[in-house]
Design a protein around this ligand. Sequence first.
Ligand SMILES: *[C@@H]1O[C@H](CO)[C@@H](O)[C@H](O)[C@H]1NC(C)=O
Ligand SMILES: *[C@@H]1O[C@H](CO)[C@@H](O)[C@H](O)[C@H]1NC(C)=O
Ligand SMILES: *[C@@H]1O[C@H](CO)[C@@H](O)[C@H](O)[C@H]1NC(C)=O
Ligand SMILES: *[C@@H]1O[C@H](CO)[C@@H](O)[C@H](O)[C@H]1NC(C)=O
Length: 329
Amino acid sequence: MLKFSICAILASSFAIANPVPGGVTNPPIRNVYTFPINHFIENIAIRSNSKLLLTSLSVPSLWSIDPTEATPTAPVIHTFANVTGLSGITETTPDVFALITGTWDLPTTRAALGSLTVWTVNFNSNPPVIKNVTSIVNSTIFNAITTVPGKPHLILAADSAIGAVWKVNLITRRYDIAFSDPLFQRVSDTPGENLGINGMLAKGNYLYFANSAQNIYGRVKINAFGDKIGAAELISTDPIVGGHYDDFDLDAGKNAWIATHPNHVVKVRPDGSQKLLQNTTLLKNPTAAEFGRGSAKERRTLYVTNGGEFTPTFDLINGGVVSFDTAGF
Ligand SMILES: *[C@@H]1O[C@H](CO)[C@@H](O)[C@H](O)[C@H]1NC(C)=O
Ligand SMILES: *[C@@H]1O[C@H](CO)[C@@H](O)[C@H](O)[C@H]1NC(C)=O
Ligand SMILES: *[C@@H]1O[C@H](CO)[C@@H](O)[C@H](O)[C@H]1NC(C)=O
Ligand SMILES: *[C@@H]1O[C@H](CO)[C@@H](O)[C@H](O)[C@H]1NC(C)=O
């Protein structure tokens, strides 16, 4: 409640400092799908056939949603045994996705040591083929994962606990810390401040990242093997006090569209200037954002996952996914 009242006060001062150019109002937001109680929706990847793949940190299933349907449903693709939830997901080769499972302690967002496992889900067969790549013995969190450009067998994983990026080779199954940086670090071990590098996307010669605890977005230059070849650069800080950047996507103009707690999506231009879409009704602790695929309309539609919100009795409700058309915003 405190968070929401602080944001309500700041929203008005932000509106004065950053008027919407030309009086363009915020685009309407569509509710695509709301999950039942206690589904903390964590991450999203989108298939070339436009279908959304969603993960939850609190339920060990992978769901598929066809957002082009008028009233979408969310069939389960697979439920993973002996784990409690899923985190990052990324496409590696056409219609093959890597994802992370683990046994999570939700209040601290850490996985039991040894429980993190990297899987691949191959949709080129029906039913999809699901393979265990490797379990990770020495990390407590792989948050977002991203594929190294041009190297479909190499993924990078954000370790929000120790402020480092790991590299996993999907063929040799070897994994290790690749690099770290002061801009990846958490602030403290207090929940809310204990998630350093969180959202991540490798594109071209850069790894773009968001650090939730420090509430910053930036980039770091990488080589063809996904290794860091320069210091991380700060691009922006979320303008809302108490806001926390989470995961994001980049558009063709390298603008980042960042899902931001507790109730906004921020468009960050490459020069660091920002535009804010805030909606307390439909944005409920946004955790990740991804542009649609398929038709021109899908490609300019941003899908935003909602972690959800707690009721006074500590039930988590309204986890799900919403969307809006970014044209003109
Ligand atoms: C939130 O989005 C809904 C749906 O687009 C809209 O009806 C409502 O006015 C928005 N609320 C705010 C505060 O912008
Ligand atoms: C899950 O755990 C049970 C009990 O420890 C074990 O028998 C089973 O093989 C495990 N399943 C998988 C897929 O790891
Ligand atoms: C995944 O494979 C690893 C070996 O790399 C094994 O130790 C682990 O038990 C497997 N996990 C599951 C859930 O099958
Ligand atoms: C983590 O464990 C793997 C597998 O044993 C090992 O290859 C790697 O060097 C370890 N890395 C760290 C940072 O402990």
